[in-house]
Write a protein that binds this ligand. Structure first.
Ligand SMILES: NC(=O)c1ccc[n+]([C@@H]2O[C@H](COP(=O)([O-])OP(=O)(O)OC[C@H]3O[C@@H](n4cnc5c(N)ncnc54)[C@H](OP(=O)(O)O)[C@@H]3O)[C@@H](O)[C@H]2O)c1
Length: 346
């Protein structure tokens, strides 16, 4: 029997991606959709400004939108695509009532007892679930996935840690869908690049340290790594591109880096891509339009590797920000939690 799932913030950019990916999922069935109060009692298909594909999936069009209250939610897992300030209030209410909350929001990512997980990178951090339940006395729990820009970067940093990675500089070119819907006004972004995204550099500089950190005595000891980020919004619909300078403690070749990327293996889960990091050798790849759907949007694509110093390699990494960077990331976390026995059916 499929697990029943709900979506918080189902009408937004990430919420729509959740609905699209969950509509045909082998393990999950959407039962409850929630957004702001004005939608309550209305049909999802009539309320949503659907922009992620040509049609709202048939099975969800007639679902009546529920109030954002655990007592109206008929689900085993709740996926959250709420703005952070709303998530801070709402997610604990669901966790307290026994729901598993798989969240995209930043509200709880950096809390000590909340797992911040990328399944291929730090699956062991799910052990924090027991700490969280003990600390907070909740029947359910919150598990988060990183910020969309952090995910692509950290997937590539994980295998580089074994090559004694010391510091990272990253410059991002981030897609418009990363700003939600309706997001950035067209007159601000057409023929333009906006060199500031509120809070983004801080997230990219701090979240990877927790994800790459080591779990010890019920706590994460952050990775010993320096990260400096410069983040920019560009007129691309989907797909964040990031230029990364990785500096090591010792001499490292491009071949070492490619071998390390190849060593990161996919998991045996429905949303896992066949290859986690795809390395392209063409001089002009990766490109958002051509490469964002690699592995159904769940692979990250690397290219333009170059040794810039004895101990420094530069590369580009691209990932689909609303799939690998958001909805797909939460769904993969939920699949992992099921596989690891953290979720049972009501
Ligand atoms: N976009 C990305 O690539 C991305 C990537 C990673 C993480 N995230 C995170 O995911 C979350 C959602 O982002 P998004 O881009 O999907 O935003 P969005 O397009 O603005 O969607 C926000 C959703 O939250 C609902 N909402 C807003 N205020 C609410 C309130 N007071 N009460 C109840 N529901 C409310 C909206 O419902 P209505 O339609 O009814 O107003 C909508 O469904 C954010 O925390 C964001 O930081 C986004």
């Amino acid at each position: 029997m499929k697990y029943k799932v709900g979506v918080l913030g189902a009408t937004g950019m990430v919420g729509q991606k959740f609905v699209q990916l969950l509509a045909n999922h082998p393990w999950f069935k959407i039962t409850t959709l929630m957004a702001s109060e004005r939608r309550v009692g209305k049909k999802y298909g009539d309320e949503v400004d659907w922009i992620v594909s040509s049609d709202v999936p048939k099975d969800v069009r007639d679902i009546e939108m529920s109030p954002m209250d655990p007592k109206y939610c008929d689900a085993d897992i709740v996926f959250s695509a709420l703005p952070s300030d709303v998530a801070r209030e709402v997610e604990p209410k669901f966790a307290k009532e026994g729901f598993v909350v798989a969240s995209n929001a930043s509200a709880y990512r950096m809390e000590e007892d909340v797992p911040l997980v990328i399944p291929e990178v730090n699956p062991d951090h799910l052990q924090l679930i027991d700490v969280q339940k003990r600390n907070r006395g909740w029947d359910g729990f919150i598990v988060t996935n990183p910020n969309c820009t952090t995910i692509m970067l950290t997937i590539t940093l994980k295998p580089l840690m074994d090559l004694k990675l010391k510091s990272v500089r990253v410059a991002t070119m981030q897609a418009l869908s990363g700003a939600g819907y309706p997001g950035v006004p067209s007159l601000a972004i057409v023929d333009n690049i906006i060199p500031f995204i509120k809070g983004e550099e801080e997230k990219v500089e701090s979240e990877p340290l927790k994800i790459l950190g080591r779990l010890e005595g019920g706590k994460v000891i952050p990775a010993d790594l320096e990260i400096s980020a410069s983040c920019h919004r560009v007129p691309v619909i989907d797909g964040h591109l990031e230029a990364v300078w990785a500096r090591f403690d010792g001499n490292v070749s491009v071949e070492d880096v490619i071998d390390a990327f190849d060593s990161l293996k996919p998991l045996d889960l429905p949303t896992s891509p066949e290859k986690v990091i795809v390395v392209r050798s063409e001089v002009d790849r990766p490109q958002p339009r051509l490469d964002r759907d690699t592995g159904n949007g769940m692979s990250v694509v690397v290219g333009r590797l170059k040794k810039v110093k004895d101990n420094e390699v530069r590369y580009l990494v691209l990932g689909h920000n609303t799939v690998r960077g958001a909805a797909g990331a939460s769904i993969l976390n939920a699949e992992l939690m099921i596989k690891e026995g953290y979720i049972s059916q009501a």
